[in-house]
Design a protein. Sequence first.
Length: 271
Amino acid sequence: MPTLPLTLAVITRNEADNIARCLDSVPFAAEKLVVDSGSDDDTVAIALAHGARVVHQDWLGFGAQRNFTTGQCSHDWILVLDADEYLSPELAAELQQRLPELMASDVPAAYLRRSTIYMGRPMRWYRPAVGEQMARLYHRGRARWSDARVHESLRFDGAAPTLREPFNHVNNPTLPHKQLKVLRYAELKCRDWLDKGKPVRMWQAPFVYALAFLKDYVFRLAFMDGWRGFLIAQTAASYALYKRMRYYEMVNHPKSVADATDLLNKHHIDH
């Protein structure tokens, strides 16, 4: 298959179960780059076997890790996927058709639509899991990732087109995987809040839980996906509440930051 001057960029740690599918879904990329933060499974070997160039970088936080990765790419145009994501055949065909024109233009980026597979099946109604628009294709001279430790975003000026077909996201193979991710993401977000001196507002906590659940379950139509939708809404609300409880602890018991870091590192979660 003819290749295009594009780098597929993936950041990894212990993604042996996912990385081959991700890399193989973008056969038209002239370069496939994996930036690994210290996998102790077969991620690196599998990535190399599937045509990727692998660079090691100790974990910097999501935003900084993505910006480091951008600097390692050989091409100006970059497609970013997480290891548990992969292009649908339809999106791969659309990209092959539209990329030459996009890359010849002065647009800074393009949005892709993400479809989520949860508990082995695609979500059908829950809005963030059906066609969520994400800026994942960009020119590195015209866009940059925010420096947030978690929930980073691509920053650019100007309009960006949206491609029609979706890419797929396999969202946490089990609930224990999801809970570990919630623990990690909450810790990272709270450290960002701590750096910024965000005020502690624990009085908001019960309302935050209720409103977060209501937003996802009702207004984002999670209830239409049955019990899977209920689980997603409950997990999102619990995450919103736990972040505030953990931040309250960080501010009122500063030693807990280092203590928790040691524990998370011990269990290979804080990477």
